[in-house]
Design a protein around this ligand. Structure first.
Ligand code: ZN
Length: 447
């Protein structure tokens, strides 16, 4: 088993992540977060929000609707260009993303270029390909009282899309926020929420799924100040990833995206790459989007997106720096960074060395023996005390103490508190450390 398989297995075994619609045999490209996964995910999202929004004076939050006026996607370019090259095997009818089954080509590969590579079909092994077709990855839906058999204008006018990114929900609220809060430049609008992409072949666990959560900031700047602010964001994100998420700096690599590979809107992009267990993959993107989005919205809506400088009176369309991060990608980076297999007293153990601010539980409280009522009673007392003080505290009296430690190690609980017979005399407990497995006696009131 690869390390990724080990992590997938731990995620299911311990209730972090389950396959979507598991009971019905799954649903490709979807995943459900279980009781521990939802805590970890929430902590990651809250930490981002606190670091980039609450902790600053220049950031504002929004929470826009997932369903947006389809003009949004015409303006943003998604209707025309948010597409992957789809190729079909004429022998077995399997469909693939062309640039994922051949080396050295990108999304803009032509049919001739692809045919010249003489790729064999990954399913049937033959080489008989149809032309490359552009496959738009937006999920299409119909809004309003439209029947499946309806055609023509009624059906066409009802078409909407599940948003493929949260960014446009921010841009479309730029004017609303400027007109209600009068922020000075530079300022940012932040949003967390779901985004949907109909990936041709979802894979790599939660790394490439069809439904994901994004955390995006559009940071509006004066056009001349973009480089300075780009650098500031770049530093801030290193700080966030390394200090708040606990990611090992040596696993993060910056990739300066060359012009031909950049998204259609970007003048400069740095991808923050992470060494995942299955290889180096994109963790987040930092892009300079110029005034692309606001100018497109102005054109498509007929409304001015200009900003008037409070001091100079100068009127212009602000430029934008966009740090965009996928929650699931960060979640997997945090998990794989924390996942360690080591040996304790000659026995193999799996441990999640999660930073304390992200661990689902801060403490696990248990009585040494569960059939001694005086120990259980005292342990419940300590549990209630810690629960009131810290909130994220769990109780475990299953199996023997060794088994409990191994379980808590696997879910990343930093400290296990054990109540034994001495506790009844000296009001002290044993505190066992996840990372070192060392044990110390601590007074209950000092916990
Ligand atoms: Zn085939």
């Amino acid at each position: 088993m690869s390390k990724l398989d080990d992590i997938v297995s731990l995620c299911k075994r311990r209730g972090f992540v389950f396959p979507g619609s598991d009971v019905y045999g799954g649903f490709a490209g979807t995943w459900d977060f279980g009781p521990l996964g939802v805590i970890l995910k929430k902590k990651i999202m809250d930490s981002w929000w606190s670091f980039f929004v609450e902790g600053r004076d220049d950031m504002y939050g929004v929470d826009a609707a997932i369903l947006m006026n389809p003009k949004t996607w015409v303006a943003s370019g998604h209707t025309a260009t948010f597409a992957d090259p789809l190729v079909e095997c004429k022998e077995c009818k399997s469909r693939f993303r062309a640039d994922k089954i051949a080396d050295g080509i990108n999304e803009s590969v032509s049919s001739e270029e692809f045919w010249d590579l003489h790729v064999k079909c990954p399913v049937c092994g033959k080489e008989n390909w149809g032309p490359i077709r552009k496959f738009n990855m937006m999920f299409l839906t119909h809004v309003g009282a439209v029947l499946p058999e309806d055609t023509g204008e009624l059906a066409e006018k009802s078409i909407a899309y599940l948003r493929p990114e949260t960014a446009q929900g921010i841009f479309t609220n730029f004017k609303n926020v400027v007109d209600t809060f009068y922020p000075s430049l530079p300022f940012g609008l932040a949003q967390q929420g779901k985004a949907f992409r109909n990936e041709i072949s979802p894979r790599d666990f939660i790394l490439r799924d069809r439904e994901c959560s994004q955390m995006e900031i559009e940071y509006f700047v004066k056009p001349a100040d973009w480089e300075e602010n780009f650098e500031k964001m770049r530093e801030l994100f290193h700080e966030f990833l390394e200090k708040e998420m606990g990611l090992d700096a040596s696993l993060i690599h910056e990739l300066e995206v060359p012009a031909e590979d950049r998204a259609h809107y970007s003048k400069r992009t740095i991808d923050f790459m992470f060494d995942y267990p299955n290889g180096c993959e994109e963790l987040m993107g930092l892009a300079y989007r110029t005034d692309f989005d606001l100018s497109n919205i102005a054109r498509e809506s007929g409304k001015s997106m200009e900003y008037r400088d409070k001091i100079t009176g100068e009127v212009f369309v602000p430029h934008v720096i966009e740090p965009s991060i996928g929650v699931e990608r960060l979640f997997l980076a945090v998990l794989s960074n924390a996942y360690i297999e080591d040996e304790v007293n000659g026995e193999k153990r799996t441990v999640l060395k999660l930073p304390e601010n992200l661990a689902p539980y801060r403490f696990c409280v248990s009585p040494l023996l569960k059939n001694k009522s005086e120990l259980v009673g005292k342990a419940r007392e300590v549990y209630v005390l810690l629960k009131e003080k810290y909130g994220n505290v769990t109780w475990d009296d299953s199996g023997n103490i060794g088994k409990r430690y191994r379980k808590q190690d696997e879910i990343g609980t930093p400290k296990c508190v054990v109540i034994d017979f001495d506790t009844l005399e000296d009001k002290s407990v044993t505190v066992r450390d996840r990372d070192t497995t060392s044990q110390v006696r601590v007074k209950i009131e000092e916990l």
